[in-house]
Design a protein around this ligand. Structure first.
Ligand SMILES: Cc1cc2nc3c(=O)[nH]c(=O)nc-3n(C[C@H](O)[C@H](O)[C@H](O)COP(=O)(O)OP(=O)(O)OC[C@H]3O[C@@H](n4cnc5c(N)ncnc54)[C@H](O)[C@@H]3O)c2cc1C
Ligand code: HEM
Length: 372
């Protein structure tokens, strides 16, 4: 019997319509029959119950594109080693999934559909298990000691961590971490720069409003804390080795971190770089701009205009006025293009820039093609 992919997709769409009830049923079934698995999952699962279940439904019902998803599944399988998942755990998850699908499918559930789900789950599980077992020479997770914590602003911390074993990542990749203050809640962070001689690297963390882990990291991390990290992941922000086309780098807030990491590989290859950033902690922006080889222009999002100077000062943002005062920290002369996202203030910022009469400063006009 072959797999009917359309039937699988329709079946998942029907079940997913039941919303939060689906993960609730799945986890109740899983933990009722396999209480030993409970400890692998976060203590409170109220707000993220559907991470695994949504993935199971989407990934497995999309298995007709197997070739396209194999690398992703392999990475997922290897990544599951950080949750201490092994081959023996897969049947329990498969059974709970099928029981959940049967429960919510009602009269649509047929032996043929059951066969499709079991087969598709088996295919996905085999790829994940195979990749995880093939990576047995790598540690399932890495331990990192926090050696330095610097609060850059009320809501931002820059931390330095040193892995106990070599942890090789490519600039632009991210790493899932688990911190002792929030066990089993893994979150991705992005190394900001190449590793030092001791293998240590910087992480920039910004509090997300109501965020369980980011708040704990920024407010609660102390030097000496030991974290866990998964294998580095991601290919979307990494650069192919060797010379390449000119770059436009766009970053806001802690998004500066991967951009900073990317400076090392482009250091020697002579391409031109246009930096665009919001003006978070500005000292950092100048340092990066001064180090960027081939910098051709800087585009900066000024979140505040001059009339909001006090708020800008408290939140460490630049206004056009302070930007001009800070420009001496930029060791090279490049065009600076300011822009602003909120329409009511754009005219005001344009006017303020004009009044400053600085030839290097202008407003970044939407739709205009620049040639640097
Ligand atoms: C590939 C990748 C790389 C990342 N790199 C970094 C990094 O270098 N530095 C860093 O500080 N963060 C980074 N993040 C974000 C980080 O992983 C967490 O998502 C973030 O810290 C929030 O986690 P939390 O537990 O505090 O929030 P949660 O408790 O999970 O969420 C609280 C609320 O905030 C919302 N929320 C969650 N994440 C975000 C977000 N990023 N922006 C806005 N709202 C959000 C949720 O929907 C929820 O409503 C990265 C994320 C990814 C996917
Ligand atoms: C085909 C099989 C599986 C698929 C497709 C799958 C997929 C996923 C995905 C995509 C995530 C989210 C990862 C992230 O946010 O970084 C996840 C999380 C997780 N998975 Fe799996 N998984 C599978 C099997 C298993 C098995 C067998 C176990 C072991 C019991 C397991 C345990 C976990 C745990 C503990 C988490 C973290 C949950 C959380 O943070 O809420 N998974 N899985």
């Amino acid at each position: 019997m072959t797999l009917d992919h359309d039937r699988l997709k329709k079946s998942w769409a029907l079940v997913a319509d039941h919303g939060d009830q689906v993960p609730l049923f799945f986890y109740s079934t899983l933990f009722l029959h396999n209480p030993h698995l409970r400890d692998m999952f976060p203590v409170s699962m109220a707000d993220q119950r559907d991470k695994l279940v949504a993935a199971l439904g989407n990934v497995i019902s999309g298995v007709d594109q197997l070739d396209a998803v194999v690398p992703v599944l392999q990475q997922l399988g290897r990544d599951h080693r950080k949750f201490a998942v092994v081959r023996d755990h897969y049947p329990a998850v498969g059974h709970a999934l099928v029981a959940t699908l049967e429960h919510f499918s009602g009269p649509e559930w047929t032996p043929e559909l059951a066969h499709d789900w079991v087969t598709a789950y088996g295919i996905v599980a085999d790829v994940m298990i195979g990749a995880a077992e093939a990576a047995a020479d790598q540690p399932p997770w890495w331990e990192l000691t926090v050696t330095d914590v610097e609060r850059r602003a009320v809501d931002i911390a820059v931390l330095r961590v040193v892995p106990h074993q070599p942890l090789a990542y490519v600039a632009g990749q991210s790493i899932a971490v688990e911190v002792p203050q929030r066990p089993r809640l893994w979150r991705y962070l992005t190394p900001a720069g190449a590793p030092g001689a001791d293998g240590g690297f910087e992480l920039h963390v910004r509090v997300v409003a109501g965020g369980v882990v980011s708040t704990a990291i920024v407010q609660g991390t102390r030097a000496g804390d030991v974290w866990r990290a998964g294998a580095p992941v991601g290919t979307q922000l990494t650069l192919a080795p060797g010379p390449g086309p000119d770059l436009v780098m766009l970053a806001g807030g802690t998004g500066l971190a991967p951009m900073k990491a990317l400076l090392a590989p482009i250091e020697a290859d002579g391409r031109s770089v246009l930096w665009s950033s919001d003006t978070g902690p500005t000292q950092r922006l100048w340092e990066i701009a001064n180090r960027t080889p081939g910098l051709s222009a800087l585009a900066i999002d000024t979140s505040f205009n001059n009339s909001l100077q006090p708020i800008a000062d408290i939140s460490l943002h630049l206004t056009p006025r302070t930007l001009v005062q800070e420009l001496e920290k930029l060791e090279r002369k490049v065009p600076i293009l300011l822009h602003h996202l909120k329409p009511p203030c754009i005219d005001e910022i344009r006017r303020e820039i004009k009044e400053l009469r600085n030839p290097d400063l202008s407003y970044l006009e939407q739709g205009r093609i620049y040639d640097f």
